[in-house]
Design a protein around this ligand. Structure first.
Ligand code: HEC
Length: 253
């Protein structure tokens, strides 16, 4: 616990062997049932219908300049630098750009419709390993660096960073009944969008980041900002290092 800040140290208790703080027996039974029948499936399906209106895989492949066959592996490389958008972007931002190009109204990045469509499109890469290459160009490198920095820099009222709770020397300990997860080992990058049981809705990775920001009193950074995209790059590479295949939609407490 050497890097642990005092305010956090006071909130953290150490889990003893065999104790399961995260879920009650009733919660666990519900989780098991939901694993077989993920409530997010219906959102993903809805996302598929919205994506169809945009012209499906064919239109996406064309927009990205890849073949339909290459699409799953290419999707597994997001967030990535898209030259014609001049930025490192998430899949949601590509979908927005397609909507604009087609003269359609664009969905807000934080809207339920966008979460659903993003979940569907990312699910096209299910079972693929991430293909993020942070040395592919200077843009993705800079985005990764910014994401790592955002993860590690203390901010907010309690002076916490993401790393305060998600560093190797603290994961597994318990904070207010919740075990602190190793974001690589739980494959966070590969399993969001996910159905979040405590929120009864489909949430995306960046939306999940915002949840932790709120809980830890860090100023909430907007979805789609450079910092958030960078965080998504960074967290996804942690799943990539652990060889976590993409599995959308996830199911989370
Ligand atoms: C005060 C401690 C704390 C801080 C600071 C914190 N987190 Fe968390 N985080 C948690 C806990 C506890 C959970 C697990 C909660 C649960 O199971 O519902 C979690 C879960 C997550 C998850 C979901 C993991 C999964 O199961 O897929 C992600 C992603 C995440 N945090 C990212 C971040 C990011 C990014 C930051 C910095 C902006 C951050 N966290 C800051 C405590 C923290």
């Amino acid at each position: 616990m050497k890097n642990l800040l005092l305010p956090l140290a006071l909130m953290v208790t150490v889990a003893t062997a065999g104790e399961q703080f995260a879920m009650s027996d009733a919660d666990r039974a519900m989780y098991k049932e939901m694993l077989e029948n993920n409530p997010a499936d219906i959102f993903v399906e809805e996302g598929g219908e919205l994506f169809e209106e945009l012209g499906d895989e064919k239109a996406l492949a064309k927009f990205l300049g890849v073949s339909e066959k290459e699409l799953p592996k290419y999707i597994a490389g997001f967030p990535r630098y898209i030259k014609k958008l001049g930025n490192v972007v998430g899949i949601d931002q590509v979908l927005q750009a397609m909507q604009v190009e087609q003269g359609k109204e664009k969905y807000k990045l934080k809207s339920g419709k966008m979460f659903s469509m993003l979940a569907y499109v990312k699910s096209l890469a299910n079972d693929e390993q991430f293909t993020i290459d942070i040395n592919a160009d200077e843009h993705i490198k800079a985005s990764y660096d910014l994401g790592k920095k955002t993860f590690e820099t203390p901010r907010g009222g309690r002076g916490l960073s993401c790393l305060s709770c998600h560093s190797a020397d603290i994961v597994g300990q318990v904070l207010r009944t919740q075990p602190l997860p190793d974001l690589g080992k739980v494959g966070a990058g590969a399993t969001w969008p996910a159905y979040r049981m405590t929120k009864s809705s489909l949430r995306t990775l960046q939306r999940r980041f915002q949840g932790c920001m709120k809980n830890a009193l860090l100023k909430v950074i907007p979805i789609g900002s450079k910092e958030m995209v960078g965080l998504e790059v960074y967290i996804s590479t942690l799943a990539q290092k652990e060889k976590k295949a993409i599995a959308i939609p996830g199911l989370k407490r």
